[in-house]
Write a protein that binds this ligand. Sequence first.
Ligand SMILES: Nc1ncnc2c1ncn2[C@@H]1O[C@H](COP(=O)(O)OP(=O)(O)OP(=O)(O)O)[C@@H](O)[C@H]1O
Length: 628
Amino acid sequence: MAYIAQHTDMLRVMVDHQKYLSDQQHPGEAIRQYRSLAAVETYDPHIILDMPISKVELVHGLFEALITWPRVDLQNAPFIKNRMDAARTFRFLLDLQATGIVKLSDKGRFCEGRRGCFNPYLGELGDRGDRGYRSERKERRRRNNDDEDDLNNNKGDEDGEDGEKKREFYIPPEPSTDEAEIFGTTISSGINFSKYDHIPVKVSGIDPPAAFQKFEDAKLRDIIAANVTKSGYKLATPIQKVAIPVITAGRDLMACAQTGSGKTASFLLPILTKLLDDATDLEIGKPQAVIVSPTRELAIQIYHEARKFSYESYLKISILYGGTSVKYQNESIMMGCHVLIGTPGRLLDFVERAFITFDDTRFLVMDEADRMLDMGFSESMRKIVNHCTMRAEHQTLMFSATFPEEIQRMAGEFLNNYVFVTIGVVGGACSDVKQTIYEATKFNKRSKLMEMLKESADGTIVFVETKRGADFLASYLSETEIPTTSIHGDRLQSQREQALRDFKSGRMKILIATSVASRGLDIKNVKHVVNYDMPRVIDDYVHRIGRTGRVGNNGRATSFFDVEHDSAIATDLVKILEGSEQQVPDFLRALDRGYGGGGASQFGGYDVRGSGNALKDVCAVEEDQDWA
Ligand SMILES: Nc1ncnc2c1ncn2[C@@H]1O[C@H](COP(=O)(O)OP(=O)(O)OP(=O)(O)O)[C@@H](O)[C@H]1O
């Protein structure tokens, strides 16, 4: 890779300006200041000696190189010792390029190898100038507000154009190394587990690999299989039976299965097995599997699951998510990781800082894939999937309980000759959850909620629409002496994690939550989900009520339906209730316009690739189930 240095005088002038890399001042400003000081000619490296030694060496080496040689190959430059140096150097060169001092060669993409990580992606920002620099920082700040609550329609709650929030330098607690704790998170399967055998399973795509029936036939690595046993899994769930062989065979996958049916293990078990079976050298900053999730708490949960299933193997698992100290997370990334789990904002931030590249990424997983490809996240996902460092041969795996058809079509762009798997009705609610819908208004909701909580409050999640609403209801309930906590996007990350810990441990009986807690969270003993405010889209309803009634256990969900506000989802809700064998109240039936708004077709109940990809039963019991 060649970088062409010009105007060496200017470089000489800049070298003695220690502010250059002080992070306080943008290089463009430094350069502009020094343009007016044309008289300065002497290059004195000692002036920068009060900088940290690594920066001194870096700056020194870089300037020596640029001044001494007109064309510089930085790939093997001795002064670039690590990834951080390389990132700084590249950024520095881009800034110099923006001011016309150096020109980066067209071939100057990025270096392979231990030290190389010049991020070509940043190249697009080459001529951004100061304003660009500031807006990039803004963008980075925005990304740190990285998850569901920051992207959904909580607009009424946002403060400031940046969505600027209270900040903290949060260092999350170290994960437990105690075996009992590591394996203690699993929800024990419930009395309805055997009903899974009766759920129709359909698979489409060219030559889909055959499903297995017992974990012993899943070809899992011994150490992984031992961890499955320690987790208390005796029988595989339908999605596990079908998805594990697909992933093991090296195929891309789009999989849709109901909430709480074991999708996480469906992708973790084969990935971990393959990373052990076809082991390749681990390189710092080059994860071999990348798993993205829409919320920080879900990322944390997947991280713990991955640690559990890889327990006692040499595989390293790491996590990146917003609201935490970048320095801390970078230090843990610097130890290397086979599997990296993250929220897209923080992950992209690390990619753009060149701390992470996808050169070695063999698996890219999108959990809650329909959300990841929906508005708000889709742009980030495109950047990740199409990133210039992305390894050409990688498998893309998508999982969710809901998959609207238009998202399914978009998802197809990211997949290659994929297998499409559906378990049960795509987008359907889990029938183990008893759903009750009450007609309510904003004036009587609170008293109805209080009545219910007086009967039983233990293990209740109450979903509300806005962050402010969550704060308000949590304070109100706390005054009534029912131990209540809350989770939403305006709380500090430390508070969010504490809230979940308190709720999980039972110290707090009630969790008031916005949609940040609606997807994926797997919490033992959630007995009751209350939709204090109905969600605006039916998929959110399906995910919210899926926080209970998991893995064959019974659950209960109560929703307050305000005819004035919630009528738009009435038709979809009726479909969901009917599809999961629940009673439809008369007032709701009267609102149902019956045009099939939420039928299987909207929820992607067939393979959008059309002919040649018809869904085939693989182990269906009820063969005549209506799929159209
Ligand atoms: N084969 C199994 N046997 C017993 N328990 C299982 C099995 N597979 C998964 N589980 C447990 O079931 C619970 C739900 O699993 P998981 O969180 O993966 O569901 P999910 O399908 O991803 O749900 P969601 O759609 O809500 O994200 C977890 O506690 C998990 O440990």
